[in-house]
Design a protein around this ligand. Sequence first.
Ligand code: XIL
Length: 299
Amino acid sequence: ESTLGRAAAQSGRYFGTAIASGRLNDSTYTTIAGRQFNSVTAENEMKIDATEPQQGQFNFTAGDRVYNWAVQNGKQVRGHTLAWHSQQPGWMQNLSGGALRQAMTNHINGVMGHYKGKITQWDVVNEAFADGTSGARRDSNLQRSGNDWIEVAFRTARAADPAAKLCYNDYNVENWTWAKTQAMYAMVRDFKQRGVPIDCVGFQAHFNSGSPYNSNFRTTLQSFAALGVDVAVTELDIQGASATTYADVTSDCLAVPRCLGITVWGVRDTDSWRPEHSPLLFNGDGSKKAAYTSVLNAL
Ligand code: XIL
């Protein structure tokens, strides 16, 4: 039987999905996920609020549930995510300045230490740029702690688990003409020039009517790869799940030797964070959508 994971493996890539620990007792879900995908990202379970609910007290119960399911089913695991303005626990939301900086590095060390040697790629920093035309950093407590917070996070991450590929991950950075894309590009170029450890850039690829897929995504992937980093499609979903667009995104990744693989952000439409968009590859009843066949044929 051909599956997304096996088809992607033919070119040395993976095809992954986000897994939610709360669905692991749903056999329709685990059957599809177990067969079709060969990479897993925890949808929420390795985020800051999940892994360090109280300052200095780490909890890996839910993260390990996802991790163990993935490994027991032969899948690699992407780590998501260590430093982010969102889904911070209350204690972190209330921190700023040097105390926040210290908490950020302690968090990276705690989570990466627990999973040391087990995670292929970590999204070290998530969503640090502002939407719109400014090209500025997003305002957040992390950004206000000092503009160097991103490079500090990456240097800390490299020391914590030297085997993991370290990624910067963001959305609305797929269109090469967008200011946010260019701002991210300038940061990665600067990091490479100055020797800040960064190995990969993740393109979330949440496509919808407000930020639709554009064929210049391939130029974006190629341009970042030319800086000397790997690229990955990390959270793909497409409003309406156009079979053509799914095939285009797949072909874009395959056209770029440094594109490591594709992750869709959930299994069935009913598992999606945006179920009203019906953006995924499987219907709520577990049947394959046209977009599924289209991706498989493009791989
Ligand atoms: C989403 C999850 O899918 C939801 O379950 C949660 O309520 C909010 O976060 N960008 C990211 C992901 O990097 O972590 C987000 O995941 C979707 C947008």
